[in-house]
Design a protein around this ligand. Structure first.
Ligand code: GLP
Length: 263
């Protein structure tokens, strides 16, 4: 696992956007060989999306041959709900870039048939040859996508019931009213994410420090699902100093040294 520690959130966003653009350009995607990108929601990736929009508008990267799969969606919110992940993605990213609508995949939280929706999602990724780069954020309890503590580390796309801690954390987007936060979501599994060629997890802020300590310095455990990244051959955690603040000094020194000249 690589751990890349930057001074602040803004530099994390810039690095992430440049990295995504670099990976897409290096791949030379075409209509018959698209680049497959897994994407997160949340406040953490917002800066990356802003910078990717700038890179797209200035001609540095195109999404014309990029296919996306979002990580998750709340059950019971339709696309027009301002807190749905559909709405978030179009508002903050897709409406501003040259991506084709047919290439955007987001789980349907209004489906009547969860098993089919989730199975079709996995199949669509598989039929494209898998995900090239999966980007994610991390919850305070170490969850990635909506794979809450004690999720199977081999899990696939499915329904998950949200924990009290996630509902509380996400209530900030629902007028701080816990009763307005959906209690369930559809989410890709840890196994789904780990099947990607590469996984990039973004973390900023002190509230993520404990999750990174467990994910990076403790053993692989379903309690902190982000720790599954330790077994991925190409896993990167990109974080700011605040999110790295609970790591041992030796860990920080090691990664600061080894990563200093790398992209
Ligand atoms: C939600 C999402 C996760 C996201 C997490 C952290 O639970 N399902 O994908 O990583 O929130 O969000 P934030 O970046 O706002 O801290």
């Amino acid at each position: 696992m690589r751990v890349i520690i930057k001074d602040n959130k803004d530099i994390v966003s810039e690095w992430a956007a440049q990295y995504v653009a670099y990976k897409i350009n290096q791949f030379r995607p075409s209509a018959t060989k698209p680049f497959v990108l897994g994407l997160p929601t949340g406040s953490t990736p917002l800066g990356m999306y802003k910078k990717l929009i700038e890179l797209n508008k200035s001609g540095k990267v195109s999404f014309a041959h990029v296919v996306t799969f979002n990580m998750d969606e709340y059950i019971g919110l339709d696309e027009s709900h301002p807190q749905s992940y559909h709405y978030f993605m179009y508002e903050n990213f897709f409406n501003h870039i040259d991506i084709k609508k047919k290439n955007i995949h987001i789980l349907d939280g209004m489906t009547k048939n969860y098993a089919k929706e989730c199975g079709d999602y996995e199949l669509a990724m598989h039929n494209l040859g898998g995900v090239n780069l999966f980007i994610g954020g991390v919850g305070e309890d170490g969850h990635i996508a909506f794979n809450e503590p004690f999720s199977s580390l081999t899990s696939r796309t499915r329904v998950k019931t949200l924990t009290e801690s996630t509902i509380k954390a996400n209530s900030r987007f629902f007028d701080n009213d816990l009763s307005k936060v959906p209690t369930q979501a559809l989410t890709v599994g840890i196994g789904t994410i780990m099947d990607a060629d590469e996984v990039l997890i973004l973390a900023t802020g002190k509230n993520k420090a404990n999750a990174l300590h467990h994910g990076i310095e403790e053993g692989i455990s379903h309690v902190w699902t982000v720790s599954a990244l330790q077994q991925h051959p190409h896993g990167i955690i990109l974080c700011d100093k605040d999110a790295a603040s609970a790591l041992h000094k030796d860990t920080v020194d090691y990664f600061m040294d080894i990563e200093k000249d790398k992209f």
